[in-house]
Design a protein around this ligand. Sequence first.
Ligand code: PMP
Length: 305
Amino acid sequence: MTRPRPPVLTLIGHTPLLPLHFPEAGRTLYAKAEFLNPSGSIKDRLALAIIEDAEERGLLSPDSIILECTSGNTGISLAMVGAAKGYRVKILMSESASVERRHLIRQLGGEIQLFAANRGYATGIELSLELAAQDPRIFLPRQFENPLNALDHETATGPEILAQLDGPADAFVAGYGTGGTLTGCGRALKAASATTRVLAMEPAEAAMLSGEMPCCHHIEGVAGGYVPPLLRGAQLDGVIKVSSADALAMTRRLSREFGLLVGTSSGANITAALRTACDLPPTAKVVTILCDRAERDYSTKLFAN
Ligand code: PMP
C-alpha cells in the first residue's frame, strides 16, 4: 500500500515549460524547467518513482540501505527522498562530480563513497553490486537499467510537455546520463506524433553514440563514459555533438540574458536544441530540458571566469 507522501515530495514534477526566444536565430525553444524540482534537478522524479515502487512491492523496511551509483544529482534526489521517508541512503560517486553535490548529499543525511574519476560509471555500478551481495539490507534502485526510470518520464514528464505545448512537438532534444529522460520523453512524444524527431545531445569530447572514445568534458551529469542499457529503448533520429566550450558559453548566456541559474547540461541541451530548430521552419516546436541548478557547479569551470 502506498504511504502518504511527505510534504516536500509533493513538490516533485509538474514543472513549467518555458518559451525561450533567441532573436539572432529567430527561434523560440520550449524548455522544461526541471531545476525547479525540490532538490534542484530532474532526478527527483526518478528517485520518488523508484522508492515508492519498492515500497509498494515490499522491498524496503526501516533498516534498508538505498545504494546507488550516480554523477551526483540522483544521489541528492535519493538522499532527499530517503530523508523525508526515513531511509538510510549511500551514494557511490565519481571523484570528478562537483564537490557541491557531495555537500548536498551529506546535508540531507546521505553517506558517500567515491570512486576514481577515470573509471566511468561501470566501476561504480560493479561496486554497488559487490556491496549489495555482502549486505541483505541494501536496496539497489539501478537507475541505469531500471525500466521505471524511462517509464516515469513516459507517463509523467512527456505527457506534461504535450499538455503544455497544447499539441505535438516537432523535435525533442536531450543529453543522456542514464538515458531515462531521452528514452521516456521520446517515447511519449513520438506516441503523440510519429513525425516528432528525438535527438540525443552528447559532449563532443565524449561522443560515444557517435562511436568515439569518451574523454574528459565539462558538461556535468551526462555521458559518464558509458552507454546506458536504458538508451537501447530510445528511438533516436540523430545525435548532436556539443563541445564543453559551447555548453559553458550557452549556460552563462542563459543566466545573463534569461536570468536562469542552470547547470551546464542545460546549456548543452539548449545549444543542441537551437541548432535543431535552425534546421526546421521558424514555427517548429523544439523541446528540451533545463536539468538542474547552477548552484551545484560553483567549484566547476562554469564559475571560473
Ligand atoms: N543533466 C544532469 C545535470 C544530470 O544529472 C543528468 C542525470 N545524470 C542528466 C542531465 C541526464 O538525465 P538522464 O539520466 O535521464 O539521462
